[in-house]
Write a protein that binds this ligand. Structure first.
Ligand SMILES: Cc1ncc(COP(=O)(O)O)c(C=O)c1O
Length: 396
């Protein structure tokens, strides 16, 4: 449960498009293939409620590199929800930008609120800091939870009032279980850079193709981003860019594939959540991506007896005793003593799961997991064996 990689096979139409474009051997513009810039922006903006004409696109080698590019191009201190995805903080450290942490609790679905954001900005300014940019990510890694439009609208209002640029990481927008994703760019088009890509909903992490939509009003940031692209990665691989056109064409068979993969993620992640709930660990209903961020604080006393006092020790303990790999909360910026772990629910054979689900639509989570996800099943069983709430004690 360590690595968050969607395991489904490449869709045949995309595979074919890549083969057809193997001969594309010329450098492309640093901002990306013009048709791809246009198509990706229209595809995602029409689905998620912002106006394509307000933005310009940068194509990069994955959204991770684009987020780094944005952080580098936008000077100032970074506002960061805690927990948040593992790479935002190290990127800010590499650039030398100070980080302002905003705690996000389970009662708020592990997302910031307008109030917590505004308070963090005001307090940071009182301390002489210079908050300028905010990273948000929904559906979220590590929590598997997203934000309703009302919350996005309130956050947008605070950012507009306080002059904060939003870096909106929407890489899991199509792995949204209720298919109700909306972008904050809808409410704050002049101050939001949206990032996305192919890695999650199409299981194409290895293709390394990401997109960033930058408001036309922020032309100097766009120019800086292209400058960084030109001096570093030059341009994303041409065959990959040409093949990627297929992913933004609204092809019905590709859309069906995305929806089916998302459905399978939702079933498997909910199966893992059910296992935690049966152990007495509280967790909100999952909304997207393929992760959970449970807190094992209820077992603190018993874990202390095993000399397990931090999330890092807990992750090592589980690896050592039951061979279940997880990521400790510290990787997501959490305090060491907070016994939170991220569980990634994607260690299964995607091809087998896809075929099974197509043959058994509406199958029960148990039948899908029994047939296709032996490691997920084993991990849930072993977590259940090592933790029990009958007397809130550890069995080992
Ligand atoms: C929240 C989040 N953002 C961005 C990325 C980077 O995705 P990529 O660089 O493959 O587009 C990941 C990948 O794990 C992620 O989980």
């Amino acid at each position: 449960m360590g690595f968050g990689q969607s395991p489904f096979p490449v869709h045949p139409l995309i595979r074919e498009a890549l083969a057809v474009n193997a001969g594309q051997n010329m450098y492309l513009p640093s901002a990306g293939l013009p048709e791809l810039r246009e198509l990706s922006r229209h595809y995602l903006s029409e689905k998620f409620g912002f106006n394509a004409d307000d933005f310009k696109t940068v194509v990069g080698p994955g959204s991770k590199e684009l987020i780094y590019d944005i952080q580098l191009a936008v000077e100032g201190d970074l506002l960061l929800p805690i927990p948040s995805w593992v790479s935002y903080a190290p990127q800010a450290v590499l650039i030398g930008d100070p980080i302002i942490k905003i705690p996000a609790t389970m009662s708020d679905n592990y997302h910031i609120t307008a109030e917590s954001l505004e308070k963090a900005i005001v307090v940071a300014r009182q301390k002489g800091m210079n908050p300028k940019k905010l990273n948000i990510n929904y559906p979220n890694n590590p929590s598997g939870l997203t934000m309703p439009q009302s919350r996005l609208e309130q956050i947008a209002q605070v950012c507009r009032k306080q002059g904060i640029l939003v870096i909106s990481d929407e890489i899991y927008e199509l792995v949204n279980y209720q298919q109700n994703h909306a972008s904050i760019a809808k409410f704050y088009p002049e101050g939001t850079i949206v990032t996305s890509g192919l890695s999650k909903h199409l299981s194409l992490g290895g293709y390394r193709l990401g997109v960033a939509f930058v408001p036309k009003a922020l032309n100097s940031i766009y120019a800086a981003m292209i400058g960084i692209a030109s001096e570093t990665w030059s341009a994303v691989s041409a065959p990959i860019q040409f093949a990627s056109l297929k992913t933004f064409e609204n092809e019905p068979v590709v859309e069906d594939y995305i929806n089916t993969c998302t459905k399978i993620h939702s079933i498997i992640s909910s199966y893992v959540r059910d296992g935690l709930i049966s152990l007495g660990i509280k967790y909100p209903v999952l909304e997207g991506a393929f992760y959970l961020y449970p807190n094992f604080g209820a077992f603190r006393d018993q874990l202390f007896e095993k000399d397990v006092k931090t999330s890092e020790q807990l992750a090592m303990h589980l690896l050592d005793k039951i061979q279940v790999a997880t990521l400790p909360g510290t990787a997501f910026g959490d305090a060491l003593e907070n016994l939170a772990l991220r569980l990634a629910n994607c260690d299964f054979e995607g091809k087998i799961a896809l075929n099974y689900y197509i043959e058994h639509p509406g199958c029960s989570p148990e039948s899908l997991v029994n047939a296709c996800c032996p490691k997920i099943k084993l991990a849930r069983q072993r977590l259940g064996n090592i933790l029990t709430t009958s007397n809130r004690s550890i069995c080992l």
